[in-house]
Design a protein around this ligand. Structure first.
Ligand code: SAH
Length: 264
């Protein structure tokens, strides 16, 4: 199912069903289900139609474009090569089921924050590795080593694929583990980046802080702009203080480090 208009109202949803279904029967099912959950179907315009089978994979491909995230970093699908010069970094991401093809603001802001923070010689932890786009970027920005973790096996496979495809033998400096931050319990990193939905972050702040070197930097993305003040309070509680914010299209990312000890 696909949300084709939103998030402002009216919201339009489109669903596809396999096979030779009777459209009117489908409409009946939908109306009955809506009533079951206490929603009056008359409040909706339900249209049913027929769509010929197409090669969707191929259809979708035409919508992918290279995305210049910063002046330096471009994310592109593997079939659309991008010419780079000097220090510019091109990251090829195979659009698969995992999140992180470069089109979403939260990925773009995380990339901008990584670039601004600098990764050279540092150890990095990528919490919610998804497609691996941030891990590839960290290594390209000179990180000594990167660990990506993800609770989704599809993401783990996709990240490993994209790391190998972008970095060849250098991918040996990366590892991708199935699991959450607990998968690296006891380890410490110079940079921890987490592009997760804001509401998922709170229980992870303690483990993320525990994974941060005393001089380390934590980067958070995936926040709706309005979620920043609340996150800043939670970070304070964990002993961290925000020292940078990036925003775009209603989304935000922020950077935090350990609060300096009070003077005297
Ligand atoms: N890093 C990529 C993908 C972010 S999408 C990018 O910036 O574009 C968020 C990813 O976090 C998803 O792949 C999801 O499976 C994973 N995730 C969600 N909760 C998690 C958790 N508690 N620990 C680790 N990964 C998690």
């Amino acid at each position: 199912m696909e949300v084709i208009e939103g998030p402002a109202l009216p919201l339009r949803l489109r669903a596809y069903f396999d096979g030779d279904r009777d459209g009117e029967a489908l409409r009946g099912c939908l109306e009955a289900r809506l009533r079951q959950i206490g929603v009056e179907p008359a409040g909706f315009q339900i249209r049913v139609g027929r769509e010929d089978e197409r090669d969707w994979n191929r259809e979708w491909r035409q919508f992918y474009r290279p995305v210049w995230v910063t002046d330096r970093i471009v994310v592109h699908p593997p079939w659309l090569a991008v010419a780079t010069e000097g220090e510019q970094i091109a990251i090829a991401i195979e659009p698969a089921m995992a999140f992180g093809t470069g089109g979403h603001e939260s990925t773009q802001l995380a990339l901008a924050a990584l670039e601004a923070t600098g990764c050279r010689g540092k150890s990095c932890l990528d919490v919610g590795v998804g497609s691996g786009v941030l891990s590839v970027a960290a290594l390209r920005l000179g990180a000594a080593c990167v660990t990506g973790v993800d609770v989704d096996l599809v993401a783990v496979d996709n990240a490993r694929h994209n790391l190998a495809a972008n970095l060849g033998a250098q991918a040996a400096r990366a590892r991708v583990l199935l699991g959450g931050v607990e998968a690296v319990a006891g380890e410490r990193y110079d940079v921890v980046v987490a592009n997760l939905e804001g509401h998922l972050l709170r229980p992870l702040l303690g483990p993320i802080a525990a994974a941060l070197e005393p001089t380390g930097t934590a980067l958070f993305s995936g926040l709706l702009e309005g979620e920043l003040p609340r996150l800043a309070v939670w970070l304070e509680e964990a002993g961290l203080v925000v020292d940078g914010v990036w925003s775009k299209g209603g989304w935000s990312a922020c950077r935090a480090g350990w609060r300096p000890p009070a003077a005297g």
